[in-house]
Ligand binder design. Structure first.
Ligand SMILES: Nc1ncnc2c1ncn2[C@@H]1O[C@H](COP(=O)(O)OP(=O)(O)O)[C@@H](O)[C@H]1O
Ligand SMILES: [Mg+2]
Length: 394
């Protein structure tokens, strides 16, 4: 159904009012689109800035339906809309992108692992588990410690537990959530291959990046992944494009990867997980690529041609700004930071500050990996706690 807004352009809706929605809205403005948002609350990151905000429940079919009726296509800033509701929306002829059949692979880690394994895509050894006995049985193959993950609902490492023995496994089994057990992979580093795909079937890939996590949460992204061979980079991009195609993804697909090294010393890739929406590992594209992931996501869900993905600088580094117990004096800190490094780009999400919560990010562009990395890190660290690198020594 053609639902048109200003200048005869289509109305796009996004379920979820987080920072991904906020940054998609930002991209939508230059395209003349002005994103509509279904938010949980008026103080959500995107609800603070978007014009067409509906406060509603993304687990209510009535709320989803009413929202979707005002949009030409509805997309998502998280994967928490229950699959049954997505199918019901599709059955009623409401356009959603990505569709429910694709999205289940980003919603359920067991579904994703099984499908990828069936496709012959390398994944860590895994086993769905329901009891401690199941976990012990799996441990006989992969040893302790191993990883237990909630099949659904996890993010930023919440829902991922490394357990050393049956006692620790029992504690996690006791949470009563559907679990998948995985080998604790001895990984060299983590990478992400981010692509976008349109219903027409056009695909576009950004350079493969290295993602650095601390306590399961992404803290830094380096583009392109330093020292990655052209061969492995191409393999990662082709894999992501193939997954987008075979799973029928519409919009951005982020493929989180582990770089591993075989006993013979040959580097290889394992797929960790999939996200079918704009993703933290591609925030750097706002300034660092000709087309940002947020614009590309909009183009893809509207079945417009994809934009160029070439980088705008040889090296781009994004550092996440994680909240502490208070937000300090951000006004003063921004002033000082911009004075020190006029090239830095700061994005703040308007979110209330909680320890460890992603409240913004800082991007640096340049030629020299170590310099660019230090600038991005310095910016995020200073905004967090008001200390320069030289203040930390001694
Ligand atoms: N099988 C594994 N082996 C080693 N580390 C893992 C494994 N699975 C997850 N991790 C670590 O935990 C992080 C979060 O796991 P992930 O499955 O991506 O959950 P989330 O949905 O919270 O992002 C990963 O980025 C990685 O650092
Ligand atoms: Mg992850």
């Amino acid at each position: 159904m053609a639902i048109r807004g200003a200048m005869g352009l289509p109305v796009v809706g996004m379920v979820g009012g987080g920072q991904l929605s906020r940054m998609t809205h930002q991209a939508s403005i230059s395209l003349g689109l002005s994103l509509k948002v279904l938010a949980d609350a008026t103080h959500d990151s995107a609800a603070l800035v978007a014009n067409g905000v509906t406060v509603g429940d993304h687990t209510s079919l009535d709320d989803l339906r009413a929202f979707a009726q005002g949009c030409e296509v509805v997309t998502f800033d998280h994967e928490h809309v229950p699959g049954g509701l997505l199918e019901a929306m599709e059955a009623e002829g409401l356009a959603i992108a990505p569709g429910s059949a694709a999205l289940r692979h980003a919603q359920d880690k067991i579904v994703m692992r099984e499908r990828l394994a069936a496709m012959g895509v390398p994944v860590p050894p895994f086993c769905p588990v329901a009891t401690v006995r199941d976990v012990e049985g799996f441990a006989q193959h992969v040893g302790w410690p191993l990883v237990l993950k909630s099949a659904t609902g996890g993010y930023d490492g919440k829902g991922v537990w490394v357990v050393r023995d049956a006692t620790e496994a029992a504690e996690v089994v006791g949470f009563g959530v559907r679990l998948v057990a995985e080998q604790l992979v001895s990984l060299r580093r983590e990478l992400a291959a981010v692509v976008a795909r349109s219903p027409y079937g056009q695909g576009a890939a950004w350079p493969v990046v290295e993602t650095v996590q601390s306590d399961g949460i992404c803290v830094e992204v380096v583009a392109p992944a330093p020292g990655l061979s052209e061969e492995l980079a191409l393999e990662a991009q082709e894999l992501a494009l193939r997954l987008a195609d075979e799973l029928g993804v519409v919009g951005v697909l982020a493929v989180e990867l582990f770089e591993v090294v075989s006993p013979e010393g040959v580097p290889g890739l394992l797929v960790n997980e999939l996200a079918m929406r704009p993703h933290n590992s591609a925030h750097w594209t706002i300034e660092g690529a000709r087309t940002s992931q947020f614009e590309q996501h909009l183009r893809a869900v509207l079945d417009w041609p994809m934009g160029e993905t070439a980088m705008t600088a040889p090296v781009v580094v994004m550092a996440n700004l994680l909240g502490r117990d208070d937000d300090g004096d951000l006004d003063r800190r921004l002033h000082m930071l911009f004075g020190r490094d006029p090239g830095l780009k700061v994005h703040l999400y308007g979110k209330t500050v909680r320890p460890g919560r992603k409240i913004g990010h800082v991007t640096a562009l340049g030629d020299d990996l170590e310099v660019v990395r230090r600038r991005a890190r310095t910016g995020a660290d200073y905004l967090r706690d008001g200390l320069w690198p030289e203040d930390r020594r001694g």
